[in-house]
Design a protein around this ligand. Structure first.
Ligand SMILES: Nc1ncnc2c1ncn2[C@@H]1O[C@H](COP(=O)(O)OP(=O)(O)OP(=O)(O)O)[C@@H](O)[C@H]1O
Ligand SMILES: [Mg+2]
Length: 261
């Protein structure tokens, strides 16, 4: 279980806090959606959980506990261990998170090389398994490809494979499908849902697309200017939004999609 308690983050030189005191719990196996306008603090929240805050460039306080272990204040070395093993991260741009000069399979197995004592052949086997579980056709073949040889959708599947290969308990997804076309988007979302059901991985899904969130998430948190202004079960938030900002967000969904999405 992930517990965020009164998280504050302020970047040096900024007057306003990027995150102004948020509290949020993600239960085991749960998918929670995080939505909100650009600059509302969604990515900074995810970075705080992922241990990717540039600590010297900001001040922060509060608690982030994953199964009781403190993620916000842990030493770097401790964090690196925790993050490799317990938390997988998938960001919007698959290309920018991949090393263009390293074969795909090698990148997917990387985290196992760092965090486990598995042999080379065991690592390859695990990487191929993860690639199969994200429904990549011909994992063996893709294993030896370089990133520029794959399509955006395939790359995003590879990113997800890399994030789950070590079987983390939590997956952070920051706009994981925004860069992809609609059909591929739907396939990736379906895949995330399956992975959640099959492996029981908890997920934090950041998205601008409320329909995406509605399909996947049991609960939804709405951020505005660094604060969570509304949080609740997805359906009740959709059917009975309390905050004006949430109402506006829902109103902004194209009607056709609202009805049939
Ligand atoms: N490294 C940084 N240095 C200074 N300010 C930053 C830094 N990263 C983020 N911020 C600021 O923190 C605030 C929150 O940004 P954040 O990236 O979390 O927004 P977001 O909700 O993810 O927006 P978007 O939907 O556009 O991705 C913004 O005001 C942003 O300018
Ligand atoms: Mg963001």
């Amino acid at each position: 279980m992930l517990v965020i308690n009164d998280l504050h983050v302020r970047f040096n030189g900024r007057e306003r806090e990027a995150v102004g005191g948020i509290s949020l719990t993600i239960n085991d196996g749960e998918i929670v959606g995080l939505v909100g306008e650009s600059g509302s603090g969604k990515t900074v929240t995810a970075m705080s959980i992922a241990g990717l805050l540039p600590r010297r460039q900001c001040t922060y306080s509060g608690d982030i506990l994953l199964d009781g272990k403190d993620l916000l204040h842990a030493q770097r070395s401790e964090l690196r261990k925790l993050h490799g093993k317990e938390i997988g991260v998938v960001f919007q741009e698959p290309m920018s998170s991949m090393d263009p000069l390293m074969k795909i399979g090698h990148q997917i197995g990387e985290v196992l090389r760092i965090h486990t004592d598995l042999s080379m052949s065991q690592i390859k086997e695990k990487a191929l398994e993860a690639m199969a579980s994200v429904e990549l056709q011909n994992p063996e073949q893709i294993y030896d490809c370089y990133p520029n040889e794959l399509s955006g959708g395939m790359l995003q599947r590879c990113m997800i494979a890399a994030a789950i290969v070590i079987e983390p308990s939590l997956l952070l997804l920051d706009e994981p499908t925004t860069a992809l076309d609609v059909t591929i988007q739907a396939q990736i979302l379906e895949l995330l849902k399956k992975l959640n059901a099959r492996l029981g991985i908890s997920m934090l899904l950041i998205s601008h697309n409320l329909n995406v969130v509605r399909k996947l998430c049991s609960r939804i948190a709405v951020m505005k200017r660094g604060l969570i202004v509304e949080i609740g079960d997805t359906e009740s938030v959709f059917l009975n939004p309390q905050h004006d900002y949430t109402k506006a967000l829902i109103k902004a969904i194209p009607t056709r999609e609202r009805r049939f999405g």
